[in-house]
Each structure stands twice: as C-alpha cells, then as structure tokens.
Design a protein around this ligand. Sequence first.
Ligand SMILES: N[C@@H](CCC(=O)N[C@@H](CS)C(=O)NCC(=O)O)C(=O)O
Length: 307
Amino acid sequence: MSTTPILHHFEASPFAEKIRAVLGLKRMAWRSVLIPMAMPKPDVIALTGGYRRTPIVQMGADIYCDTALIAKLLDELQAEPSLLPAAAPMATLVAAWADSTLFWQAIMNTQSPSARALIFQGLSPEAMQQVRDDRAAFTSGLKRPSASDAAAQLQSALRSFEQALTQHPWLMGPAASIADFSVYHCLWFITRGGMADALLGPWPAVRAWYARIVALGHGMRTEISSTEAIALAASAGSHAAVQVAPGLGFAAGDTVKVAATDYGTEAVSGTLVGLSVDSITVARQDARAGTVHVHFPRLGFDLSKAG
Ligand SMILES: N[C@@H](CCC(=O)N[C@@H](CS)C(=O)NCC(=O)O)C(=O)O
C-alpha cells in the first residue's frame, strides 16, 4: 500500500491549512483531493460513512478524521521533525484549546462583509449563500462568543503568544509542536480576511513566528480526483493494525456509532475494530469504496453502542 497520504480538503479551509503547513514542516509528499466546501459531498461520505468535516486524510482504505488524529498519523508516517517534541508534553492540550476556542474567536473577528468577501473570494453570490446556509445548519447547536467578546478574548490570547514567543522561537519552547500549527491556522484565517494589520499589528514576535510558518510551505503536492481516491480505497486490500484495548467498556465486533460532540455531528455507524484512550476505529462497507476503516480521536467524539 502507498505510504503517501491523501488529503481531502478545500483551499479556504483553516483546519486543512493546519495540515498543509504540517506537511510543509515535515517536507512530505502528499496527494490532494479537492472537495466541495458545502454539502452534498457524496465522495467524502463514501469514504467516511457520514462524517463531513474538512479535512480528512486517506491512507488506502483507512480514513483519518479530525486534524488532531491526522497530526498523530503524520508523526507516525514521518517521525522528524516531531509534532510532539519531548520538551513539550502539553502541546496537544494547547492545540485542543486553540482548535476549539481560539478558532471561534478568530471566526468571530472575521464576520464583517469585507472580511467575508476576502475569505470567500472567487465564489459567486449564490455559492456564498449556499455556504452560509450550510454552515448555519452545521453549527446550529454551538454557542459562539459575540463579536465584542471574541475581540477582547483574541487580544488576550495574542498577548500570551507574544510573551511566549519573545522567550523562545516556538510557542511551547525551542522546537515546533502541534500547538504552533493549531494556533497558526486560526491566525491564517484572520490574515485571509484582511485583518492581520488590525489584529496582529501590535504583536511583532507573533508576526515573525507566523511568517516562519508560512515559509515552511506545504510540502510536495500532487492532485488526484475523488474518483481515483475511492478506487484506491477499494483496491487497498488491507488496513492499518488496530485493536480494542480491554477495560474501556466496549468489545471488538460491537455495533457502534461515533459522532462529533460540538458541530457537524452526523454519526458514523459500523463495527468497532479499534479502541484506545486516544482513538476509535470503526469498520464499514461502502458500495464504491469497499471495506473502509474510519478512525477518530476520542477527544471531542461520542462513542456509543448502536441500537
Ligand atoms: N475538529 C475538527 C474541525 C474541522 C472543521 O471544523 N472543519 C471545517 C472547515 S475548516 C468544516 O468542516 N467545515 C464544514 C465542511 O467543510 O463541510 C478538526 O480538527 O479537523
């Protein structure tokens, strides 16, 4: 099986930019499948069985959902430079805070018509409206900060980043870690919305650090179609080794459902084949993709027995 990851993404996605920048740090070769920004996404659903968030990474017939798990996969595929340097054991926790809290502060600082126009440049007014309607349903259960709360909260976070980055080159110390990339993609979204001067202007160490991440690039990218990606899943013939650890309340072969707990909560149903304190793996069948193993992190996901 090929060891080149396939990233299913769209250009304007900040979470995809997090992974593209990690691929740049690691100077990895990868294949790119461009996917729709809004539902319907039949080729994504053929691979995941219901999960519709962006990005996902495919390795043959293994599908990795959520950038926290994708980052771990990329560390397994190429250990150096590591996203979890030994000197930064708390990096995943800072990354989780950035992905779930800083992200919405960034989004709520880019709601002006001029910022939205820059973020969605190239889309027709109808396509922009379609994305807006899609996102309203996608985040309907989620409580976000108001624009004024988000403005204050963002500056408070930037002050902490500035203090850290005047002491060492990366947020958690002398080496880059997953925390840098989770913070970076939030600031990338602000920059895309034309808000960098206004919001990042007072923070020179943050701007210098941001420029260093941009300079890492995106690794070596080759385009393939979603049809080719599905055919690769169907012909893979094997899956990554996983097991259901004892003592976690589930057994291999259980029929289960997995769903994100915050937004985009469509469940994936299947047979449990892998479980640990860090990840969940479900096997499912698809008419086009064959037997697919779909992997999720445990943080931010709800695992339950189906029926
Ligand atoms: N916790 C998820 C969040 C992913 C996320 O919110 N992605 C956005 C795009 S940046 C999304 O899924 N938007 C709707 C869509 O693409 O269908 C992760 O780390 O991957």
